[in-house]
Design a protein. Structure first.
Ligand code: ATP
Ligand code: MG
Length: 447
């Protein structure tokens, strides 16, 4: 069953039960009060008649005397001790009352009987009759008027109950719609997303800020995040495959040339092998970088330990100078020891040094200092630099200011970001077009 119907069914059902209980309670307690007061009246009437009889002198025949007391809506009857009736008088010819069974009772009695579908109050009192024997004086009165009134009350209560159910039904319908409409639109949007594979947001009123609005808000935020992740991933995959396509095409074309003419043309053979080798090396570098980027950072096996910074940087720059024949100056403001993964920090420094080397021609400068509880390593070059807009994008995967440069893939800095995150370091770049670039790396000091 749908949620809206459930809400409506339960609230309406509960209210109807409550209404029936209240109406029933009113009806039964009221009818009890009314019938009891009727019975009381009949008893008082009976007592009045019996007192009247007792006060009368015995000259007047008792039956004649009784005639004066007969109620218009009932019957007076005297039952003798042997069970026979001496007198039976009715007010308006209610012969059905005379035909009723009767019996002698010595004690006082008051009750309500239903005769021919109509309630009657019945009171019997002992009385001294005629020759001094004890008889039972019995007064019966029809309660037809009371019954009619109670019938009217019942009809009124039923009508009121039915009338109350109508607005109740409408209001619960409204309530259930209030709750289920946003849920329904949520489900619809989800279905649309599933069917179309596109990211959509749920329109929110944004006024009430109730739980349903919050749910839609959360859903929308989740969708935005999913969409961003999805697009980034898509971009990454398309970039990666694009980057692999060029070297693969070069390798393929050189290989087919080799197949056709490689054996006869020595020069072509050398050129092809050189090109294939170069491309293969680049591709290996690219796949290594991609694999590292794709790997979840928490799965990088970190080996964090205390590292004295100066000898570490000295050894890096020495091997760098040998590999690229570029001078590296080291400036030390304060000698510090850092708490880090040596291998990862080395990779990080190489990425920045490699950039400084590629995008400048003069010697590089590495400076070491302390900043609060971090060590500050700066790698500066006086190369081509970048403008603000370019600087903003350099940490994106595959971003390169000048696409025509064939060296590299634009992955270095995004890898540097990931490496820094892994070892708890911070990296930033400052650059001026035509003047040069300074990379700053902040690494936690050892305690
Ligand atoms: P890869 O590092 O993957 O071999 P890459 O060096 O082009 O290739 P990144 O290191 O991510 O990629 O750098 C992105 C871009 O930022 C570079 O292509 C370059 O245009 C610019 N850049 C980075 N460092 C410098 C620098 N020191 N001077 C001038 N431009 C720089
Ligand atoms: Mg680089």
């Amino acid at each position: 069953m749908k949620l809206g119907n459930k809400i409506q069914l339960y609230t309406t059902g509960l209210f109807i039960i409550l209404l029936l209980l209240i109406a029933g309670g009113i009806y039964f307690s009221f009818s009890k009060i009314v019938y009891n007061s009727d019975l009381d009246q009949t008893r008082q009437e009976a007592e009045r008649i019996v007192t009247g009889i007792n006060e009368q002198s015995s000259e007047v025949p008792s039956a004649d005397l009784l005639r004066a007391y007969v109620p218009a809506n009932g019957m007076i009857r005297i039952v003798l001790e042997d069970g026979s009736s001496d007198v039976s008088l009715t007010g308006g010819g209610q012969s059905y009352l005379i035909q009723q069974d009767y019996q002698f009772t010595r004690s006082e009695n008051a009750d309500i009987h239903t005769i021919e579908g109509i309630p009657h109050s019945f009171v019997s009192l002992p009385v001294v009759w005629g020759d001094g024997q004890v008889a039972s004086f019995q007064l019966t009165q029809s309660l037809r008027t009371t019954k009619t009134n109670m019938d009217i009350l019942r009809i009124v209560l039923v009508l009121v109950s039915i009338l109350a159910v109508v607005p109740l039904f409408l209001s619960t319908r409204l309530l259930s719609q209030l709750i289920t409409n946003p849920i329904r639109s949520l489900i619809q949007t989800m279905q649309q997303i599933r069917e179309s594979g596109q990211f959509k947001q749920i329109p929110t009123q944004g006024k009430s800020k109730d739980e349903l609005d919050q749910m839609a808000d959360t859903f929308n935020k989740m969708i935005i995040q999913l969409q961003a992740n999805y697009e980034a991933q898509e971009q990454f995959v398309s970039n990666a495959s694009h980057e692999l396509k060029t070297p693969l095409t070069i390798i393929e074309s050189y290989a087919s040339m080799l197949k056709r003419r490689g054996m006869v043309e020595k020069e072509l053979f050398d050129e092809s092998v050189e090109a294939i080798h170069g491309e293969a090396k680049q591709m290996r570098n690219l796949t290594q970088q991609l694999l590292l980027l794709a790997k979840q950072e928490e799965h990088w096996d970190l080996d964090i330990r205390e590292v004295p910074l100066l000898p570490f940087i000295q050894s890096i720059s020495t091997s760098f100078e040998n590999a690229y024949q570029r001078k590296v100056y080291i400036q030390v403001e304060e000698e510090v020891r850092v708490q880090t993964d040596e291998q990862k920090l080395k990779q990080l420094l190489y990425i920045f040094m490699d950039n400084a080397r590629k995008y400048s021609t003069d010697p590089l400068v590495i400076s070491v200092d302390r900043k609060g509880n971090q060590s500050k390593i700066e790698i500066s070059d006086e190369g081509i630099g970048m403008n603000e807009d370019q600087l903003e994008r350099v940490f994106e995967r595959f971003y390169q200011v000048d696409q025509s440069r064939t060296e590299g893939y634009g992955l270095g800095l995004s890898l540097a970001k990931a490496l820094a995150r892994a070892i708890g370091a911070e990296v930033s770049l400052v650059s001026q077009e035509g003047k040069g670039t300074t990379a700053t790396i902040l690494v936690p000091l050892s305690q």
